[in-house]
Design a protein around this ligand. Structure first.
Ligand SMILES: [Zn+2]
Length: 345
């Protein structure tokens, strides 16, 4: 279990607490000229309405509702086929091929919405890490079916339902327990010699500049009960760890109690601290330049159903997103008095 925990930490190593300055890009549109936008040196800011903060209980209720149709965690090919069908049936779901796997399978991305904040979720980064595929499918269903909470968020959603089909057991047709082969280059940990999936992911992210990237790594592949833990690139603000811990435990999931982070407490890890020098070899070291990158490592646990696993993973993402949207809005709120020391355009 400990080995798995450490190997998982290795997998996710990516985000540094010393953040590079955010890059100006297409996802952060230039402020308009109506005087509501304030541009300080080195950053683009657009005034937006402060969104309502949702309680973790309210978000868990939304996630439970969105995952209530889940019968089981689905294998990659089924997830891909259902996402494709949704895109064919709903013109507001855009499907694009963003690259090919090493063996030539198309890598599909699905986009929904026109919000200011871009969010990226990618599933099946490693073999058998399957919960995220079903989470993405449940979110897409929620979006096309008009889920009020999801549609209230000022977000453009980007989903990659299966990043790494090549390494999935049985060609992605079924799911089975998987134990990592250390010889396989993990898509998120090979920047020095990138796989085509790695390049596809990073090129796509460069186009959208996601303020939140949610890599759907998990511990489901082992079929072992591993206490849940979270990996973040940027340490979380004071109230967030407890908000997340309380929510996750409400799903009946065991929580990682070992090696508490000195500020965030139990179950939280900062990837750059764990990865050390290897961090520079991870996709996360690139993705964090656009915004927060965070993963919630769910595993199969006794008494926790498939819908509950999906709801827990989804709740984590929605709580993170809620906080990111709040923070962005607060940061771009117009100042009470102009700061004359800083240049205005
Ligand atoms: Zn993984």
């Amino acid at each position: 279990m400990n080995r798995l925990f450490l190997s998982l930490l290795t997998i996710l190593h990516a985000c540094a607490s010393t953040q590079a300055p955010p890059e100006v890009n297409e996802a952060n549109p230039e402020p308009d000229e109506n005087g509501l936008s304030t541009l300080h040196a080195g950053e683009v800011q657009t005034v937006r309405e402060i969104p309502m903060e949702h309680t973790s209980e309210a978000i868990a209720t939304v996630a439970k509702s969105l995952s209530s149709q889940v019968d089981s965690i689905l294998p990659p090919l089924q997830v891909l086929s259902e996402c494709h069908a949704l895109a064919r049936a709903h013109e507001d779901v855009l499907e694009a091929e963003i690259g090919r796997t090493e063996s030539g399978h198309p890598i599909k991305a699905y986009e929904f919405g026109h919000g200011q904040t871009h969010v990226l979720l990618y599933a099946f980064p490693d073999p058998g890490e399957a919960v995220g595929g079903t989470t993405i499918l449940s979110l897409l269903h929620g979006l096309v079916n008009g889920n009020e909470h999801l549609l209230s968020l000022d977000v453009t959603w980007h989903f990659i339902p299966c990043l790494n089909l090549d390494d999935q057991p049985d060609g992605g047709r079924t799911l089975s327990a998987v134990f990592r082969d250390p010889r396989v280059r993990e898509v998120d940990w090979c920047l020095s010699n990138p796989r085509s999936e790695t390049t596809a992911l990073l090129d796509y992210a460069a186009n959208i500049s996601p303020a939140f990237t949610f890599p759907l790594h998990d511990e489901y592949h082992s079929r072992e009960s591993i206490p849940l833990y979270v990996i973040v690139c940027e340490p979380l603000d004071s109230a967030m760890p407890e908000r997340i811990r309380t929510c996750m435990q409400s799903f009946g999931l065991l929580w990682q109690e070992e090696n508490p982070h000195e500020v965030m407490g139990t179950g939280f890890n900062v990837l750059s601290d764990l990865a050390g020098a290897e961090y520079a070899n991870s996709t996360f070291s690139i993705l964090e330049k656009y915004g927060q990158v965070a993963s919630c490592e769910v595993s199969q646990q006794e008494g926790v159903s498939a819908p509950a696993l999906v709801a827990a993973q989804m709740s984590f993402g929605l709580i993170m997103l809620d906080a990111i949207l709040q923070k962005q809005a607060m940061r771009t709120e117009p100042a009470a008095a102009p700061d004359v020391d800083k240049p205005r355009r």
